[in-house]
Design a protein around this ligand. Structure first.
Ligand code: GLN
Length: 281
């Protein structure tokens, strides 16, 4: 079968069985084929009429079948781009989402270009937030923690492949392994979905680590812990910045306020939802 035809058929199946729109399905079919042949998009376009060997065709079919069973495209490809950085992504980690670029933007706005600030990322997963900050602000010292050793391995590989030397990775359940250290900005994209939320049984979320998604009856258990402990780890005027669910902005602001944070404010994500809330101590 020709490459172009194989991609077209795969796109059609993805569209029909997963309910994606035709553009989205086509992008995925192209990505799977690029992954299989280890080529870029330009190569694929200019070689559309070449024929796949039967071995390649079978391997392509196997990748498409995995996707049709619902496995997230980021786990099949083993990577996801976040804020322009290619990041290794495995089932041990949450898949970096565009929503979280809001948290990155909010943090970068608090870190002047050449400031040598001390930054902490709690629950780093692939390292997405920490690595972008480290890369965009080379003078900062970034500490990234995660309770999962498997996730930490992925984040470490990402830091190494991006050649970022200003990042330190530590296995820690939130602040547990950090003794008497102070930071200027603490960021986190913690789990914040209510444990009985139907979304956990849908789409990509079914394949992601539950520990990175769900947090108690109202989704706020981990956010409460982080807000409670953060003041002990912040320098005077330091910021705590949290990503949260679409309907949690008021609750997070109230928790920050009750713990003595001031200058509390929110940032909207690209969809216009209040996605990040922050305050200073
Ligand atoms: N924003 C993610 C979602 O709703 C959840 C990520 C998280 O809990 N931190 O799919």
């Amino acid at each position: 079968m020709r490459i172009g035809e194989a991609i077209r058929q795969a796109g059609q199946s993805v569209q029909n069985q997963l309910g994606l729109d035709s553009a989205g399905a086509n992008v995925e079919a192209n990505l799977l084929c690029q992954h299989l042949l280890n080529v870029n998009r330009a190569w694929l376009i200019s070689h559309e009429s070449e024929t796949l060997t039967s071995k390649q065709q079978a391997a392509f079919e196997a990748l498409v079948q995995r996707r049709l069973k619902g496995e997230p495209i980021a786990y099949i490809l083993g990577s996801r781009e976040f804020y322009g950085l290619p990041l290794k992504t495995t089932p041990a980690t949450l898949i970096p989402r565009p929503d979280t670029e809001t948290l990155v933007e909010a943090a970068l706005a608090k870190i002047p270009q050449n400031a040598s600030l001390n930054i902490l990322d709690l629950g780093t997963g692939t390292g997405a937030v920490a690595l972008v900050i480290a890369s965009e602000r080379p003078q900062t010292k970034v500490t990234a923690v995660d309770a999962s050793p498997e996730a930490l391995k992925v984040a470490t590989e990402n830091a190494q492949s991006l050649n970022l030397c200003n990042v330190r990775l530590i296995e820690s359940n939130w602040f547990s392994a950090l003794v008497s250290e102070k930071f200027d900005v603490i960021v986190s994209n913690p789990p914040y979905i209510a444990q009985d939320d139907e979304h956990l049984k849908q789409g990509d979320l079914r394949f992601e680590p539950l520990s990175a998604l769900a947090s108690g009856a109202d989704g706020l258990d981990d956010i409460r812990k982080i807000i409670q402990d953060a003041p002990d780890f912040l320098n005077p005027n330091g910021w705590l910045m949290l990503e949260h669910g679409y309907d949690q902005a008021d609750a997070v602001a109230a928790l920050l306020n009750a713990r003595g944070f001031r200058q509390i404010d929110h940032v909207k994500d690209i969809a216009g939802t209040l996605r990040v809330t922050f305050g200073a101590i």
